[in-house]
Design a protein around this ligand. Structure first.
Ligand code: HXC
Length: 261
């Protein structure tokens, strides 16, 4: 595929990778870049080979935000009538059922931080530079930051971060539960992210998709409904071949050969 602002590859068996590639603007997320990202993820979602997706930027910048130069002249009516930013949510509306891992190095600011927060798992370098600096530009987060960051770190910290625009490090992101893990170097980050993607890609596609679905439900449902939802999906997996294959392989001390059925 021919993209201008991203690169697409399959670096490991079962792993599809999107690399944001707009180095001159530190991967600022202009609308054409987001359109390309959506197209690439849609392709990976329907790909028969891709089972887990890695989203990354460069060592210097995951993404330095939405494109400020694109936003500067927008009027209310233009933003409203074109539903500006809404297409970013394609990542999270349920169309992307395969797991998405964000590997974050360098700047993940504003929309870049929000894009990372849309992923299922964040890995980062300890020195990564996360933040929601929109307040400094006279605006607020617009791609879910006020909601997802608050769920991740709690109201006290989220309110401080969003009202001051202060950055937080990758090390803090891990400590606060925003990132699953942080790494001392860029090389360690990328290797670990690829390895985790490959590990997930090695499991039953049906079980992986169900696991992602039920964890994400926890963000939308009250506990009792969430537990009931999980149990329904858990019950339904007794209708899959892979549950039989996985448990039989355990009993026989063999490696499971998934059918994806
Ligand atoms: C457009 C950007 C950009 C952005 C950087 N650039 N961030 N262009 N939109 N968000 C461009 C710069 O203009 C510059 O272009 C080039 O990238 C390199 O950036 P420098 O500033 O020269 O680099 P450096 O000195 O290393 O500083 C890095 C930085 C800084 C600290 C990340 O670039 C910065 O503060 N960027 C803006 C961060 C931000 O406020 N993000 C939130 C945006 S609002 P030229 O042409 O001069 O070389 C937002 C709204 C979200 O995201 C709500 C909806 C999604």
């Amino acid at each position: 595929s021919n993209y201008e602002y991203i690169q697409v590859s399959e670096p490991r068996p079962g792993v599809g990778q999107v690399t944001l590639n707009r180095p001159k603007a530190l991967n600022a997320l202009c609308t054409p870049l987001i359109n390309e990202l959506n197209a690439a993820l849609t392709e990976f979602q329907s790909s028969p080979t891709v089972r887990a997706i890695l989203l990354t930027g460069s060592q210097k910048a995951f993404a330095a935000g939405a494109d400020i130069k694109e936003m500067a002249p927008l009027t209310f009516s233009q933003a409203y009538t074109t539903s500006f930013i809404e297409s970013w949510s394609n990542l999270t509306t349920g169309a992307l059922k395969k797991p998405l891992i964000a590997a974050v190095s360098g700047h993940a600011l504003g929309g870049g931080c929000e894009l990372a927060l849309m992923a299922d798992i964040i890995y980062c370098t300890s020195s990564a530079n996360f933040g929601q600096p929109e307040i400094k530009l006279g605006t607020i987060p617009g791609a879910g930051g006020s909601q997802r960051l608050t769920r991740a770190v709690g109201k006290a910290k989220a309110m401080e971060l969003i009202l001051t625009g202060k950055s937080f490090s990758g090390e803090e992101a891990e400590r606060w539960g925003v990132a699953a893990r942080s790494f001392a170097t860029y090389e360690e980050l990328m290797e670990a992210a690829l390895k985790t993607a490959e590990t997930i890609a090695g499991y039953s596609k049906v079980a992986v998709m169900a696991a992602k679905e039920v964890v994400n439900k926890s963000q939308d449902l009250p506990l009792r409904d969430g537990v009931e939802y999980e149990r329904r999906v858990f019950h339904s997996l007794f209708g899959s071949q892979d549950q039989k294959i996985g448990m039989k392989a355990f009993a026989e001390k063999k490696k499971a050969e998934w059918s994806d059925e």
